[in-house]
Design a protein around this ligand. Structure first.
Ligand code: NAD
Ligand code: A1AUG
Length: 542
């Protein structure tokens, strides 16, 4: 076809509320019952073929009811990984020869399928497998993934439209080539949207992918792969391998055609991958692109002019939604004594104690369980250390119980030492450290908070005094990649608050924006001269 196409103008997917008696709630509840009834075979998908990994079996369970097995998956073996890499390389010429519009249509169709008939499946799988409430699943598995798919198509088109200037007689062009090789996408447990975005964003730009989801997110990842297929994704474009990823990395990171890593997960895992790439550098055809969004120790800093009701809500939602398992979760708060002793301390503790964590299929609960036994043990250990610390007072929670599910109570800890681990260590659970300061020490506290943790992902300032907002914003310029004024530090929306952080929080390539997509292209500059010179001499030569 001869046309320059324009992709549809994206709009953020409206969030459904699943209120009692609503049709969407009935429909989601039916799908929850169906998905919980079967024990699924959580296969790999390599070159379009589904098969079980050859390594050890892993039970994928409901975190809030860990005896309930949703499905079984297997670690991929070295041979499985090799097959996935080979399939990705084999599909590359076919995939990159398709037009951008053809590739984009697949992901736009996936978005529409997810907004419609697939919505309940992805939401229910995310609720059951990752212990998210209906609301937390809806903003992730439905809305954010739909938004990633639709907005990336628009950003990709903008990127392709970026062309150099030309002069009379010369036509200059950019050929926005996909990378030469395959992209290795490794995804975390906590967001179904991130798991879907990390393989699909490079694929949209014409790359083929080996995708390794987290075993604890494999239930929803399985259905995400089926969604892409239903939307018409050809075999071999995204090859999903399962399990812990150790064998996959042995193979993929040593392959000469590794063109990039698209990672989201913890800082130690990303550092490990980066080291491995460094070790293998001489093997590669090119320099692999390393894109990693990693951990956070996200702050809320309040000034004495802050609105206390807004601050209270931001702390509760920011720290305790999805059991604190968002990289953006508020995990350290700095509160002026006038506000703290003026009522916030007792109110925050009472609200935290009132939050119900339980089975997420009971829509009355505020939250569910933490993801697995390893996370539970980590949080239980941290709570023990906190309770034994002379610097700390536990004001709410502080307990954990894994008899039915991996439940950790929403915990508020007041700590008098601002260098205590509660202000520096990412727990990735529902534990909020609070440092209380005399109101006049605000500037000093901002300076201390700015650099005490190695991360720089999200952070909030609460103040009504505009001069304070301005000063704190300047002082904290490099302390967060996503900075909030009078709002909680969680809940970024695609197209509105492009997401990512620097320092130990990652490469800050802003998922769901052109900043990210540009990492998956390698432009070729073309100069075409219409009437080339035919005399090598210059006028100054006489
Ligand atoms: N900055 C962000 O945008 C963002 C978003 C979500 C989560 N996170 C971070 O992710 C972390 C929580 O997620 P997680 O527990 O899944 O992280 P994780 O690092 O334990 O695991 C992430 C992924 O890496 C895989 N993995 C681990 N070692 C591997 C290896 N050697 N080879 C291949 N794959 C390997 C895991 O199986 C999983 O798929 C937190 O630190 C959180 O802050 C960051
Ligand atoms: N983008 C999400 C966090 C993703 C990490 O877990 C937020 O803004 O809350």
């Amino acid at each position: 076809m001869d046309a320059v196409f324009t992709t549809p103008e994206p709009r953020n997917e409206p969030v459904r509320d699943y209120a009692p008696g609503s049709p969407e709630r009935d429909s989601l509840q039916r799908r929850l019952t169906e998905l919980a009834a079967d024990k699924a075979e959580l296969t790999m998908t390599i070159g379009g073929e589904q098969r079980m990994g050859a390594g050890d079996a892993i039970d994928v369970v409901q975190p809030h009811r860990h005896r309930h097995v949703l499905g079984v998956t297997h670690n991929a073996s070295n041979a499985d990984a090799q097959a996935a890499v080979t399939a990705a390389k084999a599909a590359a010429p076919m995939w990159r020869s398709l037009s951008y519009e053809d590739r984009a249509a697949i992901f736009l169709r996936a978005a529409d399928l997810l907004a419609g008939p697939w919505r309940d499946t992805l939401n229910a799988a995310t609720m059951l497998g990752q212990s998210k409430t209906s609301y937390q699943a809806e903003i992730d598995a439905a809305c954010e993934l739909i938004d990633f798919l639709r907005f990336n198509v628009k950003f990709g088109q903008d990127l392709l439209s970026d062309q150099p200037r030309s002069t009379n007689g010369v036509w200059n062009r950019f050929d926005h080539r996909p990378l030469e090789g395959f992209v290795y996408a490794i995804t975390p447990f906590n967001f179904t949207a991130i798991a879907g975005n990390l393989p699909s964003a490079p694929a949209l730009m014409g790359n083929t992918v080996v995708w390794k989801p987290s075993p604890t997110q494999q239930f929803a990842a399985h259905f995400t792969m089926r969604l892409f297929e239903a939307a018409g994704l050809p075999p071999g474009v995204i090859n999903m391998v399962t399990g812990d990823g150790l064998a996959v990395s042995e193979v993929a990171l040593a392959d000469p055609d590794l063109a990039g890593i698209h990672f989201t997960g913890s800082t130690p895992t990303f550092r490990h991958l980066w080291h491995e790439v460094g070790t293998n550098l001489d093997r590669y055809r090119g320099y692999p692109r390393l894109v990693g969004e990693t951990g956070g120790k996200d702050f809320v800093i309040a000034h004495s002019s802050a609105d206390v009701d807004a601050l209270h809500t931001a702390l509760i939602r920011g720290a305790f939604e999805y059991q604190g398992q968002k990289c953006s979760a508020a995990s350290r708060a700095y509160i002026p004594r006038s506000i703290w002793e003026g009522g916030l301390r007792d109110r925050l503790a009472a609200t935290a104690d009132s939050l119900t964590y339980g089975d997420v299929t009971d829509f009355g609960n505020f939250g569910g369980a933490v993801i697995d036994a390893r996370a539970f043990a980590k949080h239980a250990g941290a709570l023990d250390r906190i309770k034994n610390s002379a610097n700390c007072t536990v004001l709410a929670g502080g307990t954990a119980d894994d008899s039915e599910g991996w439940f950790v109570r929403p915990t508020v800890v007041e700590a008098s030492d601002p260098t205590h681990e509660v202000f520096t260590t990412e727990y990735f659970g529902p534990i909020l450290g609070v440092y209380v300061f005399d109101d006049a020490r605000f500037d000093e506290v901002v300076t201390q908070a700015e650099g005490i943790a190695p991360y720089a992902l999200t952070g909030s300032i609460f103040a009504n005094d505009r001069r304070i907002v301005d000063q704190a914003s300047a002082a904290l310029r490099y302390a967060a990649g996503n900075f909030y004024i009078n709002d909680k530090p969680t809940g970024a929306v695609v197209g509105q608050q492009p997401f990512g952080g620097a320092r130990a929080s990652g490469t800050n390539d802003k998922a769901g924006s052109w900043h990210n997509l540009i990492r998956w292209t390698s432009p070729r500059t073309i100069k075409e001269t219409f009437v080339p010179p035919t005399d090598h001499r210059y006028p100054h030569m006489g």
